[in-house]
Design a protein around this ligand. Structure first.
Ligand SMILES: [Zn+2]
Length: 328
């Protein structure tokens, strides 16, 4: 059983900045005061209530229950905060804790550009041509750094998010149509060729409701690009450590297969995807549910065996090398 191994001692597994430490302390005080009530929810792929426990704390050391569904392999946070509790968290300590930054700075558009280029190239490579006359919507757009690259193709771009500081920055500096709210609030925008969710779907509580809204907003032939952290891609982005991918704002922790299962239940078929996870879906028959439990567990067990090697490889090795070369 992985549970015992993935319970840390209440300390963050990351090195936190002073801003993050302050936000973490504030959130833990709120939790202790009962400000963030939780609820239990079944697996959204196969409706099973049961789940095997994988972890009891997230990467910041915040108490947080993570289970895997034995029938489909989807990992979910359960119990999880209620909608109201999440809203309260997003409006308080979320940005400072997650990014170590409460508002974007001058480097924002430059920093995010490589990520935006990957998305533009991925959808283009998979048959979705975006250019003048296209409509691109991004949900959870922040300050619009990803939308910017599609605006440069001549497409009409619209973003929505809940972070006021980031939206204001994107409107004034990026000159984009960014609005406070959710996809469902964008009725007047019309239908889109492309809807983007980059590191957003894993935060959504009612995914089926969101998928129904996406279906209403997509033009015939349009696609939804979804990027999520993958539990099968731990080595590079998370230093081989499952604990590092776990964040209390994430209600789901996907692999490409479990994401595809969820989208299939919502009436979408996978056009292309990898385990990074970049993926493009279109409306259509998604095929039957594939149980990814054995593969996910194999990845997690392997990660548990090898994660202790990473600090040695990355930090210790460099330190020893510098010492050897007389630079430290
Ligand atoms: Zn399931």
């Amino acid at each position: 059983m992985l549970a015992a191994r993935y319970s840390n001692d209440g300390k963050a597994v990351l090195d936190l900045s002073p801003v993050q430490r302050e936000a973490l302390a504030s959130h833990l005080r709120g939790l202790a005061a009962g400000e963030f009530p939780t609820e239990s929810r079944p697996c959204p792929v196969c409706d099973k209530v049961h789940g095997e426990t994988l972890a009891e704390k997230d990467r910041y050391g915040i108490p947080f229950a993570v289970v895997i569904c034995p029938d489909c392999g989807l990992i979910r946070t359960n119990p999880r905060m209620t909608q109201e509790a999440y809203a309260s968290f997003y409006n308080s300590d979320y940005r400072a804790l997650y990014s170590g930054q409460e508002r974007p700075d001058d480097a924002y558009f430059r920093t995010i550009r490589p990520r935006a280029e990957i998305i533009r190239d991925f959808v283009g490579r998979n048959g979705l041509k975006i250019g003048p006359g296209s409509v691109v919507i991004e949900v959870g757009c922040g300050a619009g750094g990803i939308l910017k690259i599609f605006q440069e193709t001549g497409a009409h771009v619209v973003g929505c998010d809940l972070g006021d500081e980031f939206l204001a920055y994107g409107r004034t500096v990026g000159k984009m149509d960014l609005r406070r709210g959710f996809l469902r609030d964008l009725e007047l925008v019309g239908q889109a060729d492309l809807i983007i969710y980059s590191h957003v779907i894993e935060h959504v509580l009612d995914v089926h409701e969101e998928l129904r809204t996406i279906r209403r907003f997509l033009k015939p032939g349009g696609g939804v690009y979804i990027e999520v952290p993958s539990v099968k891609n731990l080595w590079k982005p998370y230093q081989g450590d499952f604990l590092r991918i776990l964040q209390n704002a994430h209600t789901y922790h996907f692999s490409l297969a479990t994401l595809t299962n969820l989208l299939a239940r919502g009436g979408f078929r996978l056009v292309a995807g990898d385990e990074a996870t970049h993926s493009l879906f279109k409306i259509g028959e998604g095929g039957s549910i594939v149980n990814d439990y054995p593969a996910v567990m194999r990845h997690l067990k392997r990660a548990e065996l090898t994660r202790h090697l990473f600090p040695f490889r990355k930090k210790e090795l460099k330190k020893r090398l510098r010492r050897l070369l007389g630079r430290a």
